[in-house]
Design a protein around this ligand. Structure first.
Ligand code: F0G
Length: 471
């Protein structure tokens, strides 16, 4: 295995033409540097859970790409145009127009973030005893489906659970699995199919246009609704442009709209694609469902013209929606994620292939084959990365999967991963180099590593607040 310690830099290869971000930096935020002794103390105090670290103790923060993106000068200017009227803020109408123009749905209800919208749609359309098929679970999405009395059923293609498969659309739904569920439980027990663009837990893997269209036809045959988790749908549309026949010459915004038009509605965590600190929405084409959502939002989120967001947040979001669909923005965004992933792959470090849209996922199962899943290999790896360099990552394995609500046992997901999520427009290529070198240093120490035991476990979404101790 040849292991160049210094990554290839721009211009090193004669004749190479590099890409660059379509923006320049106007404001900077200093990063606090930590010593090894400080990090030892901080991670022990945090119970070996990176969610419990103080952000001041982190150098490069790849915990999440959620709410951590850099706003543009246009978005910041938008903050100054906030109309903070309790009802009927003009910023709400801008947001509504942006959702209609770019996503194409008729009716929109704002929420404070994605899970607020998940709560609304789950409570409105799921009845106790229902089944909700989807292309792999997401933590908050599944929990809201369960809290409404539903059971989530994974119908993603098998390749999605295989970190080394190079399938270009690992987010696709396996229509045979969906058909089998319909045959087994009956279409009347399936209120909707829960389809996510670039599947987070599978490694940021996209769904093809051909797949969503075939899925639509199957849903129509049985009168089942098709709802989209649009959180990272812009990135999904970019992958279609890059990989699917017939889309190379279409602008991402057009592909995006075509995809959304194939679905009946969507929920959105605007903190990702749309590059705002907070916000979300639910949008549907069905007026009856909209009426229920608009009524329910006042109970849990806020009036239907702000839903938990300030007027200024809605303005920045309306602008962010438009910016999120620029082709050159997405090329640079996904290009940066790919740069980090390819560097790690070149060094022989096991990651989920192909590199996805928002993050590079380290395969903790293959990095620590000697640590059993019940001793939390991915959680262990997040702690080691932090100790090495102050790099913050997130566990996406057995801790995130939680317990089966019926049996109370740990769910054992096939994928035991650590996610390095890249915030949009925030870090430079040098930060990616430093990150890759830290992963390499931790990887080189892999054989000595032992696992963790869980010493505190909260009832819901345990990964956020669980505490661990070294074995
Ligand atoms: N759906 C997906 C695919 C998500 O990734 C998230 C959040 C949500 C829904 C919920 O949205 O956080 O605004 O309430 N994902 C974050 C992450 C937390 O780090 O991946 P939210």
């Amino acid at each position: 295995m040849s292991e160049p310690m210094i990554p290839k830099t721009m211009g090193q290869q004669f004749g190479r033409r590099s890409w660059a971000e379509p923006w320049k930096i106007k404001i900077v935020e200093p990063i606090h540097m930590t010593s090894s002794a400080e990090r030892q103390r901080a991670i022990a105090e945090a119970g070996y859970n990176t969610f419990l670290l103080r952000s001041e103790d982190v150098t490069i923060d790849l915990l999440t790409d959620s709410g951590t993106g850099a706003m543009s000068d246009r978005q910041l200017a938008g903050l100054m145009l906030g109309d903070e009227a309790y009802a009927g803020s003009r910023n709400f109408y801008h947001l509504e127009e942006a959702v209609r123009t770019y996503y194409g749905y008729k009716y929109m209800v704002p929420t404070h973030q994605g899970r607020g919208a998940e709560h609304l749609i789950s409570q409105i359309v799921i009845k106790p005893g229902d089944f909700i098929p989807g292309n792999m679970y997401f933590t908050t999405t599944r929990l809201h489906q369960e809290l409404a009395g539903g059971t989530f059923v994974d119908v993603i293609i098998d390749e999605a659970h295989d970190p080394i498969s190079e399938h270009p659309f690992k987010g696709n739904v396996d229509l045979d699995k969906l058909q089998a569920l319909i045959d087994k439980v009956g279409a009347e027990k399936i209120p909707y199919v829960s389809l996510a663009g670039t599947v987070n837990m599978a490694g940021g893997q996209p769904v093809s246009m051909a797949n969503v269209k075939a899925l639509r036809r199957l849903c129509d045959r049985y009168g089942i609704r098709l709802y989209l988790d649009a959180t990272r749908m812009a990135e999904n549309a970019y992958f279609i442009q890059e990989r699917e026949e017939g889309y190379a010459d279409k602008p991402v915004a057009e592909i995006f709209k075509e995809f959304c038009d194939t679905t009946d509605g969507a929920w959105m965590s605007a903190k990702k694609d749309s590059m705002v600190s907070i916000g979300g929405w639910l949008a549907v084409n069905d007026e009856e469902i909209f009426d229920k959502a608009r009524n329910m939002v006042v109970v849990y989120e806020g009036l239907h013209t702000y839903g938990g967001m300030a007027g200024r947040d809605m303005e920045a979001l309306a602008i962010g929606i438009e910016e999120s669909l620029h082709d050159d923005h997405l090329r640079a965004r996904i290009g940066q994620v790919r740069y980090l992933g390819e560097l790690l792959s070149d060094w022989g470090i096991p990651i989920v292939r192909p590199v996805g849209g928002h993050a590079v996922f380290l395969d903790a199962r293959r990095i620590y084959p000697h640590i059993p899943q019940d001793q939390f290999p991915a959680q262990t790896l997040t702690a080691e990365l932090y100790l090495d360099s102050g790099l913050r990552a997130m566990e996406r394995g057995i801790v995130s999967a939680g317990r089966d609500p019926k049996t109370g046992e740990h769910r054992h997901p096939k994928l035991e991963l650590v996610r390095l999520a890249i915030p949009r427009r925030v870090y430079t290529q040098a930060h990616m180099d430093v990150t890759a070198e830290s992963v390499k240093a931790v990887y080189d120490m892999r054989e000595q590593m032992r696992g963790l035991k869980m010493v505190y476990e909260p009832a819901y979404l345990r990964f956020f607040q669980a505490r661990f101790a070294r074995l």
